[in-house]
Design a protein around this ligand. Structure first.
Ligand code: NAI
Ligand code: MG
Length: 505
């Protein structure tokens, strides 16, 4: 297996006895690398290494731990171009998105490492003047990070940066579609000399992720990916009250365009939200809820762009949409497009099968799917307007009446991740802000484009709102309420008697 990239466990590159798998460029079919697939042994070894490393790592100061992250920060910046291209070549998003993935990663590292010098915890008042009371945090221990392919650099750092600064150790399994980005990140950890066992990389598929989740020594699981797997993980840890899983999953996100909307903003925001990353963001919008007064004009303008949007080589700067991640995903998106037809919607744009002439030379093996846009009745319980497709599959839903009706349609989904309202009427905007059932809400903006210093995560089936930004601190630490008596006598709160009474009294 010498030609295959290895796992990184306990500070060493290691072979395993498993099969190997390849990473393929979704735009060309080119093989980017061969990787060893973990057997049962690698997650086990990696967790052991992380468990052993935990005692020493937690005993460093937060500031010392953060110093390692600052070194990673510089690596990410110095290797921006290289890593951005690797993201684009491995997951197919166009090059400005590939680079933005890396930028977002260093923003997260900057946030976590910078936070190390900020005050932490609370000084809490006590009823008893001689008592000092504090809230302190302790790291929980071995943390399993399981990440998806659509942000192969940013999401791992959303998981790992804060986790490490807080004093936990990490076993990370990247998505099987993007192991090369995993390899490059592991090289960075190796280069900066993070102590052995603090960071471990295990390459593999869902079975490897499941083995990490099931390992009793793993205290916390951070997961981003499908609702199906996220709910399995939440269930798997539910039996152990001391174990914790923070899961961020998908959405069936919507944008509301009211009768007061500036349609330049509306069309721009909708195109960005629906087609960036070829619709493969957890926050991508697959529903556009548009007021009847502006519906026809919005429809005409949105359709015009969807017909013409540039699909092609993601390394070219004039491309807007790259390919889908893999052949199975082309099948999934195409079958949802077929389903929409079967459900009787009115198809407005169908570029599901791109004509050969639109596929760039040398990219015939790519996983090409263009925009699919249709109008449907929001009152109908259609699967296509309620289930997450994760592609450029967009429903226009016309509404009549006030913002309350728009909100009803907007919230008519099991998910609750992201959404936006486009309006010039601040009362409508505020109503949306207060009633949209989402974790990330935007006014006069696309519903994509999170920044690391804001909370990230959804409600309802979309997740339990943890694996991101400062919320990760909650997930990867336990709080201790620490109280110290400075007196020589014991005095209790609530007037509780501290006298000891004996039979002699
Ligand atoms: P997935 O949820 O299967 O994979 C995400 C990660 O979980 C990968 O590292 C995978 O190896 C791992 N995994 C898979 N099964 C596991 C298990 N039983 N236990 C532990 N770890 C496991 O997502 P996949 O297959 O890549 O995409 C399927 C659908 O999920 C997409 O079509 C989309 O709807 C949604 N999705 C949402 C994402 C988001 O950003 N919220 C990202 C990726 C996918
Ligand atoms: Mg899967």
């Amino acid at each position: 297996m010498s030609d295959a990239y290895q796992h990184y466990i306990d500070g060493e590159w290691r072979d395993s006895d498993g099969d190997s798998f390849t990473s393929e460029n979704p735009a060309t079919g080119e093989t980017l690398g061969r990787f060893q697939r973990a057997t049962d042994e690698e997650p086990d070894r990696a967790v052991s290494a992380a468990e052993t490393a935990f005692e020493e790592w937690r005993s460093l100061s937060r500031i010392d731990r953060a110093e390692y992250l600052w070194d990673i920060y510089h690596e990410l910046r110095d290797r921006h171009e290289e890593l951005g291209r690797a993201v684009t070549r491995e997951c197919g998003k166009e090059i400005s998105e590939g680079k933005a993935d890396v930028t977002e990663a260093w923003h997260m590292v900057e946030w976590a490492a910078g936070d190390a010098r900020h005050p932490k915890g609370d000084v809490v008042p006590s009823e008893i003047p001689a008592k000092d009371a504090y809230m302190r945090r302790k790291p929980r221990g071995v943390t399993a990070c399981i990440t998806p392919w659509n942000f192969p650099v940013a999401i791992p750092f959303w998981h790992m940066a804060v986790t490490l600064v807080e004093g936990n150790t990490v076993v990370w399994k990247p998505a099987e579609q993007t192991p090369l980005c995993g390899q490059i990140i592991a090289e960075m950890f190796d280069d900066v000399g993070v102590p052995d066992g603090v960071f471990n990389l295990v390459q593999g598929f869902g079975d490897t992720g499941a083995a990490m989740v099931d390992d009793d020594r793993v205290r916390t699981v951070l997961f981003t990916g499908s609702a199906e797997v996220g709910h399995q993980i939440a269930e798997a840890v539910a039996g152990d009250p001391s174990k914790r899983a923070a899961c961020e999953m998908g959405g069936k996100n919507a944008i509301v365009v009211t009768e007061e909307a500036d349609l330049d903003i509306a069309v721009h925001a909708a195109v960005m939200s629906s087609f960036k990353t070829t619709g493969q963001r957890c926050v991508s919008s697959e529903r556009l809820v548009v007021h009847t007064d502006v519906y026809d004009e919005f429809k005409q303008r949105f359709v015009e762009v969807a017909e013409e949007i540039a699909v092609g080589d993601p390394l070219e700067t004039e491309t807007f949409m790259g390919p889908l991640i893999e052949a199975d995903h082309v099948d999934k998106v195409s079958s949802y497009n077929d389903l929409a037809r079967t459900e009787g919607v009115n198809v407005l744009v169908d570029r599901t099968d791109l004509p050969d002439a639109e596929v760039p030379d040398g990219h015939e093996e790519g996983h090409w799917v263009g925009p699919f846009v249709y109008e449907a009745d929001p009152a109908e319980p259609l699967r296509c307007t309620h289930e997450e497709v994760f592609g450029p599959h967009v429903a226009l839903l016309e509404y009549d009446g006030d913002i309350e009706r728009a909100i009803e349609i907007h919230n008519d989904t099991d998910y609750g991740l992201a959404g936006a309202v486009i309006s010039e009427d601040y009362r409508q905007i505020n109503h949306y802000r207060d009633h949209a059932e989402v974790g990330l809400a935007y006014g006069n903006l696309p519903c994509i484009g999170a920044e690391v210093q804001l909370p990230f995560g959804g409600v309802k089936k979309s997740g339990n709102g943890y694996p991101s930004a400062r919320e990760v601190i909650e997930a990867v630490t336990d709080r201790t309420a620490w109280t110290l008596n400075n007196d020589e006598d014991i005095e209790m709160a609530q007037g509780l008697s501290a006298d000891i009474k004996t039979r002699k009294d």
